[in-house]
Design a protein around this ligand. Structure first.
Ligand code: LER
Ligand code: MN
Length: 273
């Protein structure tokens, strides 16, 4: 397991984007701290120069394990479960438009808040049906390119759809595509799961990606989560992807990234020794 950190390619209103804006400076800092990957939050792939990004990644020897897509919901209101079929279609097309970028970097596509929330007047069963259909369509479009999709169970204060790992596993059954799995985030699990380690084991090989923040959504080590047992359990599932820091830039982005790395890197070394 290696460490990456979330970086928004645009300025964003999302609180836990560890870094945002000033791409070159941020990549330089991230690589200098010792991270081996950078998870890119991209609102719209049309606004991104992939060749330039690729040059920067190579220059700083950084991989891109995953692409975050939630800004299309936060900033444009696109969602798989909006009552307006044109909004749902635009959300599906937006996710499909990430596929070439994801394929280029061998990254997976994160389905976070673009799943939406159940809006007034929409029956929950209808919302779940739209969600499963959209995920099936996007997974099928991504499969021939070798791209995987990972849906993130997100706590109840941010969405009404898929808060827990159990609900995520039911959705996986329902969608029924091999390239569709889950992204687990310790911040959300701390709110929704009875026992974080058990939920990690229950998800097993369907863990496609992993976010870390402490209980207070500060960098790991700043709260009261037991990352020793959490990461050992993750390792025991056979997961060997990136552990990606998604925490608030507090007291500032660089200090948070440095402290998080200083806490996690020795832990990961011990676990894999
Ligand atoms: C995104 O990865 C996340 O964890 C959510 O809290 C987005 O709002
Ligand atoms: Mn997350």
């Amino acid at each position: 397991m290696r460490l990456s950190i979330v970086l928004s390619t645009q300025q964003t209103s999302f609180q836990a984007a560890s870094f945002s804006g000033g791409l070159e400076t941020n990549l330089h800092q991230i690589a200098a701290i010792g991270y081996q990957g950078v998870e890119l939050a991209i609102r719209d792939p049309r606004l991104v120069d992939v060749q330039q990004l690729d040059r920067l990644m190579q220059q700083h020897r950084l991989e891109v394990p995953a692409i975050g897509t939630g800004q299309a919901w936060n900033e444009e209101g696109l969602s798989f479960t909006d009552p307006d079929e044109f909004v749902r279609r635009a959300a599906i097309e937006r996710i499909i438009s990430h596929i070439p970028v994801a394929a280029h970097f061998n990254a997976l596509i994160i389905i976070g808040l673009i799943r939406g929330v159940i809006k007034p007047g929409v029956k929950p069963e209808q919302g779940m049906e739209w969600l499963a259909e959209a995920l099936r369509e996007c997974s099928r479009a991504a499969a021939p390119h070798g791209v995987r999709l990972a849906l993130e169970p997100i706590n109840r204060y941010e969405t009404t759809l898929i808060n827990s790992v159990d609900q995520g596993l039911d959705l996986i059954q329902n969608v029924g595509e091999g390239n569709f799995g889950l992204l687990l985030d310790t911040f959300h699990m701390n709110i929704e799961e009875a026992r974080i380690e058990q939920s990690i084991l229950a998800c097993g090989k369907r863990i496609f990606h992993f976010h870390v923040a402490d209980s207070n959504r500060w960098y790991p080590g700043a709260g009261h989560l037991d990352f020793g047992t959490i990461l050992r359990t993750l390792n025991n599932t056979g997961y060997n992807g990136f552990v990606s820091g998604e925490f608030m830039p507090k007291p500032n982005a660089e200090t948070a990234a440095r402290e998080g790395f200083a806490y996690l890197a020795p832990l990961l070394r011990r676990i894999s020794a």
